[in-house]
Design a binder for this molecule. Structure first.
Ligand code: ZN
Length: 184
C-alpha cells in the first residue's frame, strides 16, 4: 500500500508490544507524548490463568482525571460473558465487587479504587484503561491495605505518577523506570 498522508494515525506498532506484561500482550499504551492530543490509554489482552497472577492486585489509588476500566469478553455466543472473574474494590471503604460480565466501570476524578485483580480467566478478554487526561496520573493509598498486603507489594513498581499540584507524591526511587509513563 502506498504511504498515506495519515498513516501516523494508525497505531500498529508500539514499543510496549515487546514488554513482558504479567496479564498478556500489550496492544497499545499511549498518551499525548505518543501522539499529540491523545489522552492516556492502556490496552491489553488478559490470557487464561487459573489463579490470581498478582498477589494483591493493582493497589488502591486515585487519578486526577476520570478513568474508564473497560472489560470486554470474547465469547461469540454471549458477548456479555467476560470469561473471567475480576475483583475490584471501590471507595475508601473498599467495597468489594467481582466482575464476571463485559463491563465498563466509571471512576470519577480523585475517587479511591482498587485493588483490581483478575482472579481467574477461562477465555482471553481485552482490558482497556482510559485516563481522561493527556497523561497518566496516579496516587496510591497503601494506608488502606492491611500490613500483610502492604509488605507483599513492590512499592518501586506501584508508584505515584504525575499527580497535579497540591498532592504530596511519594518520592520516586532512584532510577524509576516508569517515570513519566505510568504503569497502568
Ligand atoms: Zn485507576
Amino acid at each position: 500500500m502506498a504511504e498515506g498522508k495519515y498513516d501516523k494515525y494508525f497505531l500498529r506498532d508500539s514499543p510496549w508490544k515487546e514488554f513482558k506484561f504479567i496479564m498478556g500482550p500489550i496492544i497499545q499504551r499511549m498518551d499525548s507524548k505518543t501522539i499529540e492530543g491523545s489522552n492516556f490509554y492502556f490496552i491489553h489482552w488478559v490470557l487464561p490463568h487459573s489463579g490470581p497472577r498478582m498477589k494483591v492486585g493493582h493497589p488502591s489509588h486515585i487519578h486526577s482525571e476520570a478513568e474508564l476500566l473497560i472489560h470486554i469478553g470474547t465469547n461469540p455466543d454471549d458477548p456479555d460473558d467476560l470469561g473471567a472473574e475480576v475483583e475490584l474494590y471501590m471507595g475508601p471503604e473498599l467495597e468489594r465487587h467481582v466482575i464476571t460480565q463485559t463491563t465498563v466501570v466509571f471512576i470519577p476524578p480523585n475517587f479511591i479504587h482498587a485493588p483490581w485483580n483478575p482472579l481467574k480467566t477461562v477465555r482471553p478478554w481485552i482490558f482497556i484503561e482510559i485516563n481522561q487526561g493527556l497523561r497518566h496520573t496516579e496516587k496510591f493509598y497503601p494506608q488502606l491495605l492491611t500490613k500483610e498486603h502492604r509488605a507483599q507489594l513492590d512499592w518501586n513498581f506501584w508508584h505515584d505518577d504525575a499527580m497535579s499540584e497540591g498532592y504530596t507524591n511519594m518520592i520516586k526511587p532512584e532510577g524509576w523506570k516508569f517515570d513519566g509513563r505510568g504503569h497502568g
